[in-house]
Design a protein around this ligand. Sequence first.
Ligand SMILES: [Zn+2]
Length: 382
Amino acid sequence: MIITGKTLAEQPIRIYTEAGIISQVEPIATTDTTSLPYIAPGLIDLQVNGFAGVDFNTLPLTKSGITHATEQMLSFGVTGYYPTIITNSDDNIYQLFSDFQQFKRNDAQLAQTLLGFHLEGPFISPNDGPRGAHNRDYVQAPNVSLVQKWYDASEGQLSILTLSPEWEDGLQETIEYCVAMGIKVSIGHSAATPDQIQQATQLGATMSTHLGNGCDLQIHRHHNYIWQQLAEDQLWTAIIADGFHLPPAVIKVILKAKQDQVILTSDTTAFGGMKPGRYQTHIGGDVILTEQGKLHLASNPELLAGSAKSVLDCINYLINSDLLSANSAWNKASYSPSSFMGLKNRGSLEVGQRADIVMLNKNDNGLSVLQTILAGEAVYTA
Ligand SMILES: [Zn+2]
């Protein structure tokens, strides 16, 4: 395959792919680049709870459902993602991991796009506010033998564990186990003290999950878990930049404080990619998805019911809010998550990388996908 276009840094290039890999990249001389499409590496989303009507946390999962959600995400430029399993009963978490692995086994596209699992909970804060929408009945202290059991069910694909270091029991051995197995430990849904944040970081936590969300409405002005996480050099910061979860000033400050260690995650749900309207959910009751893409409880427009945006929408929010250039915003959902997860062959357009490439158009609304290429094959065309 030969792809001609310009990078988001406005450099005209030609890319050659061979056997699913980028085999050659060369600059091209052209005076008029306006007609060229943009070319960028495929997006990688570390937090996806579902998409396009499919909820990854509701049993029974179906292979057709997971395939549909994955195909819809490909149409938004996402060529790799981490299905996110949230707080649930021990058995249901086990079952969800096993089902996903079974679907991936005989499906090349799923095997290439589902890069691992993000387990968010159940070792999170039991407190209202930090706990968010997670079911309190299943929230518990860290338990290393459960993590081992789930790691086995995931066939070693459990890649990120979001927990709260406010638990004393079981915390150290759980983090140490994760570090030993290469599972990234992320702090989230937490009411931990600054000392507990620092301790978790020293034990090996390396990320904050959707910083600024899953928090108390009011916290101490100085001694709080947000400042402490921003101050820990070792922690990368994942944010939901969908225009609803964080105000632009907070995003701006996080970008300045964390710079190259910021990762965009959609935290999208089954409502991602859906049409505006009123919907019924299995746990939260009725929800409303507005024309602007805000997903809130029908009973109270101030209470968010998760995200309905793709990570591409988050990139466009950052561009349209003048918070980042198109190139920098795109990097935070491709190169940055890839670097953080230690993926060697994804996240850039260099020779030797997988040919996971997105061709884009740019107008006043931001970037839109013209074509998504997965391992050198077009899998979506607008
Ligand atoms: Zn969450």
